[in-house]
Design a protein around this ligand. Sequence first.
Ligand code: PMP
Length: 499
Amino acid sequence: MESLPKEETLQLRLRHYGPSCKLFFKESPIKIVRAEGQYMYDEQGNQYLDCINNVAHVGHCHPTVVKACTEQMSVLNTNSRFLHDNLVTYAKRLTATLPEKLSVCYFVNSGSEANDLALRLARTYTGNYDVVVMDNGYHGHVSSLIDISPYKFNHTGGEGQKPFVHLVPVPDVYRGLYRENVPDVGKKYAMEVKHTIDGARRRGRKIAAFIHESLQSCGGQIIPPRGYLREVYKHTREAGAVCIADEVQVGFGRVGSHFWAFQAVGDEACPDIVSMGKPIGNGHPMSAVITTPEIAEAFGATGMEYFNTFGGNPVSCAIGLAVMDVIDKEDLMGNASRVGNYLMEGFRKLGEKHSIIGDVRGLGFFIGIDLVKDKTSREPATAEAQHIIYRMKERFILLSTDGPHRNVLKLKGPMCFNIKDADRVLINLDQVLTEIEAASSNNRLEQLPYRKDVHSKRSGPVFTGSRTLSHDALFGNIKRPSDNDSDDEEAKRQKSWAG
Ligand code: PMP
């Protein structure tokens, strides 16, 4: 297909595509034409470092995944009413990553579809309807999930909280109700959930489920404190409800230490239903819900059939299996821990120099940098955060912001991100923060040239690989996996890509 000039692509999009889907960097959108690993390329051949795309989990266009897809596509793709080895092999492989009681799969096509089905399972099993959700939570874009996603219903265009929805505070120890120095902070937040559940039941409400993102993402990269989840699950079950872990953003080894994020923060707590999506197919639209035999039995016992045209087709299952293979073969969980810890240490070190960095938090390669105007008041630095992502984009590094104040820089890129990529982020961020701080202290923030479109005309200092500052001067006392190590890792990865 012939490619269009960028301006024409933009104009056609404005005319023919729904305006509710906002472009990244809408002041100067990027036209991406290809991608590989952790790098994306625009129509002029500029290479961008992708720090945000958690869907391209094992790396954009990973050859193992592409091969699995094309091979199966050329043999058979059909629905799940026929017996097929891919479906059962994949179900066995996925459930093997979870506690034993989570043994029954449903394959669907998006995170939203997975969470909608999770709600149906919970409501059918318990016979109850109400849902307890975390403030700022996001679970999907279909009507049933907008209703239970404060990130949507409490914001512009939303219809507000419905009577069957019960909100609990975000267990955010940096800006939440209870902060880092409160003893037993996890239990305190869990007690808030108990109070909410008890209050709702006193009013005659019947709770079907507590649903939570294992680590809150759109809500600002929140890592719940120890003790929280285990207690909350206990309170939820005492109320006759079930626990749903939404792993759509953070599953599949992103946290490094565990395959699922609830395992990393849950102190052995085990949900009754897990929903998964985004990284599951490395960009191929697929998702899954996994639950217990008892819940699946109850759902089946209604007599209503559940059929999903595309879910669990042989191509999706082949892709899902390939993604799992790559995670194992390339030790991407180990890589997420190594690179994630290195980045977090680097950001903390930058925080000693730049007062705008209020908090650095994360697990594995799921990292948030909470930007503040003042370290004591923790007032969110929202405008500065927007400037930073534009300036980083001009340096060909893709970051995004989120959280209720849109002041949290998010990093959750492809898991093949390496130490050199991390250095590139740290050094460029250091330079951009220096510039932003100078401008904001002189009240000149609005004069920063962040809207300049660098695609037509390269301008300003661009960091493309060689270090402009001495790494050691900046991050000297951070234990850095040696260049040799990272070169070895990179060579291994490249080899596996080639093969
Ligand atoms: N759950 C979470 C935690 C999400 O972040 C998202 C998407 N951002 C969804 C569910 C919905 O997934 P999808 O867009 O694939 O429907």
